[in-house]
Design a binder for this molecule. Sequence first.
Ligand code: SAM
Length: 297
Amino acid sequence: MMHGLQNLIGELEQDCSLNEPDRLRQRIDALDRLDAYLDGQLDGPLPAIITQSIAPEIYPRAKALYVRLEQANSELYQTIRLEIQRSAERYELLQRLASQSNQSDNTTSPTVGEGYDYLDELVSGVLQFEEPSTDIAQLPAEMVFYQPTPARHIFDLIHRVALTERDVLIDLGSGMGHVPLLAAICTSARSIGIELEAAYVDCARQSAQALNLNNVAFIQQDARTADLSTGTVFYLYTPFIGMILRTVLDSLRREAATRPIRICTFGPCTAIIAEEPWLEAVGPLETHRLAIFRSRN
Ligand SMILES: C[S@@+](CC[C@H](N)C(=O)[O-])C[C@H]1O[C@@H](n2cnc3c(N)ncnc32)[C@H](O)[C@@H]1O
């Protein structure tokens, strides 16, 4: 263990490129590798099991490296937040970093699957949610608990749907608001999040306000009774199932009778929504990837 950690520290100390803002992905990878040795114990005294296997001079070097890498990440998040707040080319850096996920040298496609990666760290560093200030209420049956869409799928949505200033994106069951917030940052469309849990709505509103975003709104409401009349694109990350999903799909079908709409889905609800005769898939339906449907004429 000690030799492995020593070699890793030597390698990382020599790699000056890790300080460059755009090397976020490599920094997060380096932090993960350090964590694997130190078991995430860089604050306070190390547990005996780790001190026995690490030479005393190694630990301060590991800690200094860790602090330097985290500092570089914080500076990057702050730079992006300032760009967003000033709304000057506010999404350029965010999009450049997001596009790195498509240049993966991994063998698996980066857009597939429900796991989280460095882009989720980037997004939480930029959106900086406060912890919910009140307890989260238990959800009734058929309503799905909160879990955010992995960030790479949100960037995939933004890229594939090509939202314009004429679009209104409505996230049904928006949780803390990752999807409407990122859409508001990265596009000229208006975004709305509809979420039952008031504590999540508060967090989303605070994040939007701190970033000076004026093209996004969050409404605390049951999606079954929400006004869907302004939406052109709807997003569902399996927020509900069964009769609740049926009711909301019926509302969306009525909206589609008045104008063309698109529906983006992620997770198990995709298979159910794919059966709706008034919708057609845009492109192939791939498991574990975001799906896009449009209403038939
Ligand atoms: C799987 S999470 C998706 C969160 C968010 N859309 C995202 O992708 O990051 C589902 C969310 O839907 C909310 N939800 C469940 N039933 C709802 C309903 N009937 N009306 C509004 N929100 C609901 C839950 O509180 C939860 O935050």
